[in-house]
Ligand binder design. Structure first.
Ligand code: PNS
Length: 356
């Protein structure tokens, strides 16, 4: 593999480490030709960077700086070696961490990029790709582009069929510009301790209204939930697996910040009965004070879920009662096991909670 054009033209790249699937020289050349005269200054972000060939090619062609995100140590070492071979190490930063964590940090620091490459390993689920993609709009500078590379014949549609897709042999490349990210993203927050069929109904209905829904599983240190945030996230992921435009993340911080970082302007919550109103009104007003641009909208619970709550599920399951009507089938067994025998700490919490 070689750098095709620019200041490092002809530089031979290090051997590709095992487990990394690099973009071939031919695809890289066609892709950069398609991007045209794009590389005059600015910065590039290379996600799931592998050998770093895409980001290095962009800097070689005139971009000012590159950030590479790569978790695997062998691949990160090959990026370092390739930067050395091309003499571009002074214009690059390598972040050895997962993409979600890197995005959290970049967004928190208000970083923006003119070009973002995303070449996820094929084993990464389409939903995760869509979840990462939905966050990139906020990172794009005006006039910026996002380039997503996928293999074979991907069935999933990205960002509601937006972007320009080209096929190069077995590789499919889609280029998005900033306007493609002006999609309606909503955040559906909750403790989900555990998720119930009522929550799922609200998430499903929201997914029919918005282009993308991010379910935010609150880390909720105060409420002292039975399952860890990751445990609750895993259950929500399992029951929403068939909803293509829904992704699930743990939220450890303020809801309005979480929403802003994901480009979401709407918080969607379910409302069951008048008894929910006070606390929801209070939260909506607090959130509006914190960020007036994020709107809270409510989806009314279906009548059959009016009296369903996570706390009721916890209590019934703690006595070994039947909660099969209240939680989705796929997670019933896990919920019964996880919440069995928790009476002692469940009871006081039910008395003090107005909701949950
Ligand atoms: O299902 P729940 O318990 O009603 O969900 C509560 C949740 C997660 C929505 C709420 O605790 C929350 O928004 N947490 C994030 C912290 C925050 O932003 N607090 C200020 C606004 S209330």
């Amino acid at each position: 593999m070689r750098i095709i054009s620019g200041s490092a033209r002809g530089a031979r790249l290090a051997p590709v480490p095992r487990g990394v699937r690099p973009t071939s020289d031919r695809v890289r050349e066609s892709l950069f030709n398609a991007l045209g005269q794009f590389f005059d200054g600015g910065s590039v972000l290379d996600l799931y960077a592998g050998t770093g060939a895409l980001g290095i090619e962009a800097v070689s062609r005139g971009m000012e700086r590159a950030t590479f995100v790569e978790k695997a140590s062998r691949a990160a070492a090959s990026i370092r070696e390739n930067l050395r071979r091309t003499g571009l190490e002074g214009r690059a930063e390598i972040r050895r961490e997962g993409v979600a964590r890197a995005l959290d940090d970049l967004l928190e620091h208000g970083r923006t990029y003119n070009l973002i490459f995303m070449d996820p390993p094929y084993r990464i689920a389409a939903k995760e790709v869509e979840g990462v993609l939905s966050r990139l709009g906020v990172l794009l500078a005006p006039g910026g582009r996002v380039v997503v590379e996928r293999g074979g014949a991907p069935e999933e549609v990205l960002l509601g069929e937006k972007g320009v897709t080209r096929r190069y042999g077995g590789t499919v490349v889609t280029v998005f510009d900033r306007s493609d990210f002006m999609i309606n993203v909503a955040v559906c927050p909750g403790s989900f301790d555990p998720i119930t069929v009522g929550h799922l109904d609200v998430i499903r209905r929201a997914s029919g209204v918005f282009d993308h829904v991010v379910v935010a599983v609150g880390a909720n240190r105060v409420k002292n939930p039975r399952l860890t945030p990751d445990g609750r996230r895993a259950l929500v992921e399992k029951v929403t697996a068939n909803l293509g435009n829904v992704s699930v993340e743990v939220m450890d911080g303020l809801l309005v910040e979480f929403a802003r970082e994901r480009g979401a302007r709407v918080i969607v919550k379910g409302l069951r009965a008048v008894s929910d109103f006070n606390s929801e009104f209070e939260q909506a007003q607090l959130n509006q004070t914190l960020d007036a641009e994020v709107e809270t909208m409510f989806i009314m619970a279906s009548a059959k879920h009016s009296f369903l709550s996570s706390s009721a599920v916890r209590e019934i399951a703690s006595y070994g009662g039947d909660v099969s009507e209240f939680v989705p089938d796929e997670i019933l067994e896990t919920v019964m096991e996880a919440y069995a025998g928790t009476q002692a700490d469940t009871e006081p919490r039910i008395k003090t909670e107005s909701k949950g």
